[in-house]
Design a protein around this ligand. Structure first.
Ligand code: ADP
Ligand code: MG
Length: 275
């Protein structure tokens, strides 16, 4: 079993070495039809660290996350303004290929969603068609082992890789989705409440996985769990949509500072569970 971090030397031929890249939103606004739901959100998400997005329901966290990998534009009538820079280059620039943006910036959703008709093995390799390179069977086997190991799932499933992913428990399915996202070597992983459908034990396993991944991939996680935000993230942004105004960031900074010395009284109320 491989437990070492993936270094260029042991990356399978044809796969790209992982390299976390910073992500930056500049003055991002978003609309659904006429309705503005985000107002000039600027946020720097440093490479190789975890940034938590917190705030009440409906303040635009999921919309912001979808803007970060160009999924917002899939919604009919949805528009946006501003820039999103991956490693300094705008992902919305007309020269950028959408498949390449989505490969570099992966997403894990609230509800674990392994492809039900596919085996555990096939789920992990499902995204490889997004990468232009072809890899051999042996390299593919190595990649599946590496990704399942990084997702903390290898020990539990290595003897049943041909079983359907949907036969796993909810927590295992979510770690399978993380392994699937990792297989295309993303630079950023976006996670929208990845633990809110999981029991406490599975939640801790996913949190451990997030911490281990943070060294090699930039992670942005939406969470309603204030303890979780403090356990997994270095950076934090507090979103709010007050009295039908569009969602915006009230305060951002280092997680520990924001939780222990919030500058804005609304942040203080929120992190202490007062609304
Ligand atoms: P959060 O994730 O913080 O709960 P969302 O980003 O899901 O917030 O939603 C922000 C606002 O945008 C909400 O008012 C929501 O009703 C609205 N919204 C979200 N998705 C859509 C959609 N597909 N069409 C229209 N309005 C939407
Ligand atoms: Mg949401």
């Amino acid at each position: 079993m491989t437990t070492t971090a993936v270094m260029p030397g042991n990356v399978p031929a044809g796969a790209l070495p992982p390299d976390a890249a910073p992500l930056e939103a500049r003055a991002v606004s978003a609309w659904f039809g006429e309705r503005k739901v985000l107002d000039r959100v600027s946020l720097h998400m440093p490479a190789g660290s975890v940034t938590a997005l917190i705030g009440p329901s409906g303040c635009g966290k999921s919309t912001f996350l979808r803007i970060l990998n160009r999924m917002h534009e899939l919604v009919p009538g949805a528009t946006l303004a501003g820039e999103v820079l991956l490693d300094g280059a705008d992902i919305y620039h007309h020269d950028r290929r959408l498949t390449e943006v989505r490969r570099r910036i992966g997403m894990v959703f609230q509800k674990p969603n392994p492809f039900p008709a596919m085996s555990i093995y096939e789920n992990v390799t499902a995204g490889l068609k997004l990468t232009a390179t072809r890899i051999s069977r042996g390299d593919r086997d190595d990649l599946v082992e590496q990704c399942l190991t990084k997702a903390g799932l290898w020990n539990e499933v290595h003897d049943r890789l041909r079983q359907p992913g949907s036969a796993l428990s909810g927590g295992q399915q979510q770690r399978l989705c993380i392994a699937r996202a990792l297989a295309v070597r993303p630079q950023v992983l976006l996670m929208d409440e990845p633990c809110s459908a999981l029991d406490p034990t599975s939640t801790r396993r996913v949190e451990e996985t997030i911490r281990e991944l943070a060294a090699e991939v930039t992670i942005v996680i939406v969470t309603h769990n204030m303890q979780q935000a403090q356990r997994v993230s270095e950076h934090c942004a507090f979103f709010l949509a007050e009295q039908n105004t569009p969602g915006h960031i009230v305060e951002q900074g280092l997680t520990q500072r924001m939780f222990h010395r919030p500058r804005d009284p609304r942040t203080e109320d929120y992190v202490n569970g007062r609304f």
